[in-house]
Design a protein around this ligand. Sequence first.
Ligand code: FAD
Length: 167
Amino acid sequence: MITVTIEERALINEIIAKNNTCYVGMIDTEGMPYVIPMNFGYADDIIYLHSGQDGGSIRALENNPNVCITFCSRAQLTYQNVEVACSYRMQGSSVICKGKVIFEENFDEKVKALNIIMKQYTDRAFTYSVPAVNNVRIWKIEVDKISTKIFGVPHPNSRNYKEGPVF
Ligand SMILES: Cc1cc2nc3c(=O)[nH]c(=O)nc-3n(C[C@H](O)[C@H](O)[C@H](O)COP(=O)(O)OP(=O)(O)OC[C@H]3O[C@@H](n4cnc5c(N)ncnc54)[C@H](O)[C@@H]3O)c2cc1C
């Protein structure tokens, strides 16, 4: 099997769109790594997250806004030979994004961000009360660096190789 590294943005966007959770890594106020699962929205190379106003993650980001966000598709076990342990692989794809969190303060921009987040999960349209918008923290991350890998793709010479989408 081979691991395919891809650069094509459309494919990256497609991989991100298939996820419903991302893993947000930051540095906590004691200098230790801190990673939390979060829901997200993604549009025009910007990742949108939302949270309450306070908490450990907010304190961490106020101290250091750098984040590393990982998206990982549902992985499937595959193998080339059922009896050979080292031929077992996880077939799946992941995307790693790096950037800085900016907390959006503008009311209308917050509503736009909430709509982008909701669109990741449903086609339904929503309105939001003023207190709900005021009370939510919107995290906006312009992606500075992005990388993607697709894992466990059968080698083109393998009998398991199939044409078509691999993630
Ligand atoms: C699938 C999924 C999606 C989520 N989506 C969102 C989202 O979109 N927005 C959002 O705000 N939150 C979301 N959460 C919750 C999120 O992971 C954090 O728990 C939450 O944001 C609070 O983080 P905090 O740093 O403020 O926690 P604090 O209240 O400061 O946490 C105190 C301590 O609790 C522990 N802790 C905090 N979170 C977790 C956790 N998730 N798992 C285990 N231990 C934890 C840590 O040790 C931390 O130091 C989601 C959780 C899951 C499982």
